[in-house]
Ligand binder design. Structure first.
Ligand SMILES: NC(=O)C1=CN([C@@H]2O[C@H](COP(=O)(O)OP(=O)(O)OC[C@H]3O[C@@H](n4cnc5c(N)ncnc54)[C@H](O)[C@@H]3O)[C@@H](O)[C@H]2O)C=CC1
Ligand SMILES: O=C(O)C(=O)COP(=O)(O)O
Length: 526
């Protein structure tokens, strides 16, 4: 598989990619035209904030499976196009947040104390101490917009300077405000009115773009100081220039602009704006962390694994992923059984999580089940990212429910798949955190450890059935590893589940199906 890297990431990250045996091409500063031309040859791309991954890009990226964003913000990546095509988008949301928070503090202090201006002054061989008088942070009120990962790091650091910190973030719980000792503001206006310093830390969205604009500067304290180390335009650039010229805003520390790269912004002409060219994540530590993390994530995603920081998949932390790993495997196996045993078009998939698994975050397990259901018929065109969309596009209803009571098992996943007025049922459990078992197929109870090759037969419950199947498999040189029979009523229909060591050919299946008393025989590859 081939990976294209279009922006500078740490050498350690490139090493990780290369060591995996993948072909890695690093093409920094590649022209857009050339990128569109060559992207068809790649399975994954690694970018930072400059490369635009949009609909036009996806139309050319016909073999792409993974977009790796070596960093945090994903506003340069169009998500819908990726999800529709089953392209997994991964990022490193935690890897550079300390650097971004520290850069925010740096911008705030540098702008409040005119450090860059004074530095330029003395480097011009001048020594005039007037004209650089700043203000202290201590005792002032800092307003944080967006109390997420970076906003909260900034909040606690500013408290260290003796500031009162208030924040506006309607999407987080009151507990989070309490946890960081930050006073919650119910609306942006209240925050703006009360703040001596405002720092924005939201993602760039339709709602946040321009959220600090003319109206907000009208109600802000005269002499307010602002910092934007999040995304260009969250503080409206024209409104900021105007408010600075009207002396409403005393200083601004800016790391990001709407258009980047940018050497012509009117903000550059204002003496009390200090500005850096998007350097928030530019530290040795952050870049090493980001580079190595993204490399591992891209490799896992290419292997089709569930990745903790996949942007277009349920959010999972490493520990959560560890806890549900076995259920992901079990879910996929249970799902895979359907199209190998049945041929009817599915109308509805009911997934019941019971016992301890019901207490977990199971949305990823549902994706694994759906992936399993569709994989035997859609092969590589279905994965975790587009599994739900695949069900929707096929008009299949997916219903999930949870029962926290324990039945016979500590945990159980049951699928009831409705097709053509019949319901196919399969259930499984996980023992000792990693031991998978199929415990029910269509009402017949088993305790089968699923293996790559399985034979499932419906037969009449009468003497000689097992022996005949064993003889035919033996004659075809197929070794039986395990074998179990499930029956509900003596002498009626029974089910046999055999795990075998190799593939069973159609010819052998035909021979078995000709045995008197065999009602149905299917080979399943898991
Ligand atoms: N300058 C740089 O080099 C860097 C910039 N960033 C940027 O920093 C920003 C923050 O990143 P994180 O803290 O990791 O994000 P996060 O997702 O952890 O936090 C964002 C917070 O904003 C809140 N929010 C969303 N919409 C809001 C609204 N309309 N009003 C108020 N709050 C709202 C969310 O509830 C969330 O708590 C992002 O824009 C990211 O791209 C991140 C790393 C480096
Ligand atoms: O990680 C982020 O969101 C950043 O803004 C850093 O962007 P960069 O990787 O330095 O282009």
């Amino acid at each position: 598989m081939k990976i294209l890297v279009t922006e500078k990431i740490a050498d350690q990250g490139i090493e990780v990619l290369k060591k995996s045996g993948m072909e890695v091409d690093v093409k920094l500063d590649i022209e857009r035209g050339e990128l569109l031309e060559i992207i068809k040859n790649y399975d994954a791309i690694v970018v930072r904030s400059v490369t635009k991954i949009d609909e036009e890009f996806y139309q050319h990226a016909v073999n792409l499976k993974v977009v790796g964003r070596a960093g945090n913000g994903v506003d340069n990546i169009e998500m819908e196009g990726a999800t529709e095509r089953g392209i997994i988008v991964v990022n490193t949301p935690e890897a550079n947040i300390v650097s971004a928070a520290e850069h925010t503090i740096g911008l705030l202090i540098a702008s409040c104390r005119n450090i860059p201006q004074a530095n330029n002054h003395i480097k011009n061989r001048q020594w005039d101490r007037s004209g650089f008088k700043g203000v202290e942070l201590q005792g002032k009120t800092a307003g944080i917009v967006g109390l997420g990962r970076i906003g909260s790091l900034v909040a606690t650091r500013l408290q260290g300077f003796g500031m009162k910190v208030i924040a506006y973030d309607p999407y987080i719980t009151d507990e989070r405000f309490k946890k960081f000792g930050v006073e919650k503001k119910e609306n942006l206006q209240d925050l703006v009115k009360e703040s001596d310093f405002i720092s924005v830390h939201t993602p760039k969205t339709e709602e946040t773009f321009g959220m600090i604009g003319d109206e907000e500067f009208k109600i802000a304290k005269k002499g307010v100081r602002v910092v934007n180390c999040a995304r260009g335009g969250i503080i409206d650039e024209d409104a900021l220039v105007k408010a600075m010229k009207e002396n409403i805003v005393a200083s601004a520390g800016i790391d990001v602009l709407v258009d980047e790269p940018n050497t012509t912004s009117p903000l550059l002409d204002l003496n009390n704006v200090i500005i850096t060219p998007h350097l928030g994540a530019d530290t040795v530590e952050a870049q090493n962390n980001v580079g190595v993390t993204i490399a591992h994530e891209v490799l896992s995603a290419l292997k089709g694994e569930m990745v903790p920081n996949a942007v277009n998949l349920p959010t999972l932390h490493h520990q959560e992923l560890e806890a549900i790993k076995a259920y992901l495997q079990l879910g996929e196996i249970l799902g895979k059984l359907y199209h190998q045993l049945e041929k009817e078009a599915i109308e509805k998939i009911e997934i019941v999580y019971r016992g301890t698994v019901a207490e977990m975050e199971t949305s990823a397990v549902t994706l694994a089940i759906l992936k399993g259901v569709f994989e035997p018929i859609l092969k590589e065109r279905v994965n975790y990212v587009n599994a739900r969309l695949t069900a929707k596009n096929r008009g299949i209803k997916v219903i999930e429910s949870k029962e926290t009571v324990n039945g016979d098992y500590m945990n159980l996943i049951r699928l009831n798949i409705t097709a053509n007025n019949k319901v196919f049922t399969v259930a499984g459990t996980v023992f000792a955190k990693k031991d998978l078992r199929i415990v029910d197929v269509n009402g017949f109870e088993f305790d089968v450890n699923p293996t790559p090759y399985m034979l499932i037969a419906n037969n009449i419950d009468k003497p000689g059935m097992i022996g005949q199947i064993g003889t035919l498999l033996g004659a075809s040189k197929i070794n039986i590893a395990t074998m179990q029979v499930g029956r509900n009523v003596k002498g009626h229909e029974a089910m046999m589940v055999l795990t075998v060591d190799s593939e069973v050919t159609k010819e052998t299946l035909k021979l078995i199906s000709n045995v008197e008393g065999i009602l149905k025989i299917k080979f399943a590859k898991l």
